[in-house]
Ligand binder design. Structure first.
Ligand code: CAA
Length: 241
């Protein structure tokens, strides 16, 4: 049976693929976004998936936004914490602003989004939380001390919450994508891509957003009820944990 799903950062990149795949699987999907109105509205027109704008790094904004979504669509049963940003810099050039922005969105964003839906999931004895972490939270990445720290934190959050949710029918899992063909890759110079990234991927290509979306659809399904606290790596063989 279709469920109400919310996908953060769900109108672009991996998030857009996740939103569309969950909808195709029969769920009622809403997507959140933080900044790009034009892309979000185009996504809504294309897919019929409603979009809501708020910043996941603000707890108040998340509480308000989720209350609105629940009033309009019903209780959230599936939460996909996908919203993420990069502010890459070698550490000797990294500023407190680079650090705070990435921790605020990529790590605190998970607290801010999950806390307001958690009590309802406990009461209803059902929930699916899927956190999009990263290969770089597992292995570390030069130029990403902030991002790697946040994404590794997402894995600890996933495991702790899985233990709390287990008796209440709530599963909490993480997916660690490798390098996926999205706008985020455009921030990497061709030189770094050719020299340092592509040669490290055994399958010899970037991943596609749909390949991550299919993992989400499975973890969100009733079939995945025995899977909780796990980390699903989808990285073309680049890192095996
Ligand atoms: N591993 C090892 N060394 C690396 C490296 C890497 N991945 N990337 C860069 N270096 C080296 C460079 O070759 C260079 O060495 P030399 O001075 O000896 O040539 C040195 O580090 C400095 O690099 P830059 O000249 O590129 O320095 P910069 O200050 O101009 O840029 C940077 C720094 C922005 C971090 C840039 O190196 C960069 O973009 N690196 C890639 C970081 C990365 O992989 N980000 C992932 C983004 S995708 C993502 O985050 C999604 C996900 O979940 C996977």
């Amino acid at each position: 049976m279709g469920k109400v799903a919310i996908v953060t950062g769900g109108s672009r990149g991996i998030g857009a693929a996740i939103s569309k795949a969950l909808k195709a699987a029969g769920h009622t999907v809403v997507a959140t976004y933080a900044g790009n109105d034009e892309k979000a509205n185009a996504f809504k027109d294309d897919t019929g998936i409603p979009v809501y704008k708020w910043d996941v790094s603000s707890f108040e904004a998340c509480c308000e936004g989720i209350a609105k979504v629940e009033a309009e669509h019903g209780p959230v049963e599936i939460l996909v914490n996908n919203a993420g940003i990069t502010k890459d810099a070698m550490f000797h050039k990294m500023t407190p602003e680079h650090w705070q922005a990435v921790i605020g969105t990529n790590l605190s964003g998970l607290f801010n989004m999950t806390r307001p839906v958690w009590e309802g999931m406990r009461e209803r004895n059902f929930g699916r939380i899927i956190n999009i972490s990263s290969i770089n939270g597992q292995k570390g990445q030069a130029g990403q001390a902030n991002y790697s720290a946040a994404k590794a934190g997402d894995l600890g959050f996933t495991k702790a919450l899985a233990l709390e949710g287990a008796k209440k029918g709530i599963t909490v899992n993480a997916i660690c994508p490798g390098y996926i063909n999205t706008d985020m890759m455009a921030t990497i110079s061709d030189d770094v891509m050719q020299k340092h990234i592509l040669p490290q991927i055994p399958v010899g290509r970037l991943g596609e957003a749909d390949e991550i979306a299919r993992c989400v659809v499975f973890l969100a399904s009733d079939d995945a009820g025995f899977i909780t606290g796990s980390t699903l790596s989808a990285n073309g063989g680049q890192y095996m944990d």
